[in-house]
Design a protein around this ligand. Structure first.
Ligand code: HEM
Ligand code: HEM
Length: 183
């Protein structure tokens, strides 16, 4: 039965931990912008927020596609709350950069993350787009951060529960495994 396979596969783990690291950087830049405006810290890190956010948007789309393709091979969630929590993480991972890109587009200003011209820009502004982004981007961004903190907390808490150490499912396979011969 697929649900008895105890580990996430290599691609899922790479996406999970790679993106966790990038989200860490993304939130450091957001916190610098929010809590330390006009300081050397903000000046040093805020410039990466938009390009890194755009890269995260791309990775999230790839991760979503992979989650669908891989769904029958993944370990089952420990309970309904875990399923709903992961679903909410996915929803916010999409919504947060999406509304920011919508606002960016609506502003009419050109946008070229990493020198790649994504939005050439135009005269004027599309007000509903800038309004939606203005209201929701930061707000939902902080909700996502709160959810991530809860997610990490629950992963650590589950280590103490018998038979529910979900963290090992996201770590490399140790020892031999019938599927993979060790890795
Ligand atoms: C998953 C990716 C992203 C996350 C987690 C994220 C998170 C955040 C957070 C928490 C804030 C609030 C900071 C504050 O209140 O000062 C913020 C602000 C901002 N973000 Fe992002 N962001 C992401 C992607 C993007 C993208 C793709 C863009 C633009 C292309 C962008 C542009 C901005 C701008 C201009 C602000 C300052 C204005 C505001 O608070 O809305 N972000 N971001
Ligand atoms: C130190 C940080 C983190 C730890 C310790 C951690 C731990 C875990 C663990 C143990 C699982 C497997 C849970 C299970 O099978 O029931 C998991 C899955 C998941 N995690 Fe994390 N996580 C971290 C960071 C993040 C971040 C930053 C995000 C998103 C922004 C995230 C999103 C997810 C999602 C959506 C899943 C479901 C499986 C998947 O699609 O990858 N995690 N995490």
């Amino acid at each position: 039965m697929p649900s008895h396979i105890p580990h996430y596969g290599r691609v899922s783990r790479l996406l999970h931990w790679g993106m966790a690291a990038l989200f860490g950087v993304q939130f450091i830049t957001a916190i610098a912008h929010f809590a330390f405006p006009d300081t050397a810290l903000e000046a040093a890190v805020w410039g990466t927020h938009k390009p890194l956010g755009a890269l995260l948007m791309l990775l999230i789309v790839l991760r979503l596609v992979w989650a669908v393709v891989d769904r029958t091979r993944r370990p089952a969630s420990v309970n309904l709350a875990a399923s709903l929590g992961h679903l909410a993480l996915y929803a916010l991972m999409v919504a947060v950069p999406l509304v920011a890109l919508l606002r960016q587009y609506g502003s009419g200003r050109a946008f070229a993350p990493f020198g790649i011209l994504l939005m050439p820009g135009f005269e004027g502004e599309i007000e509903w787009m800038t309004a939606v982004g203005g209201i929701f981007h930061g707000l939902l961004g902080w909700v996502l951060l709160a959810l991530i903190v809860g997610h990490v907390g629950m992963a650590l808490l589950h280590r103490r529960m018998a038979g529910e150490d979900v963290l090992v499912r996201m770590l490399p396979r140790l020892g031999t495994h019938p599927d993979t011969g060790g890795r």
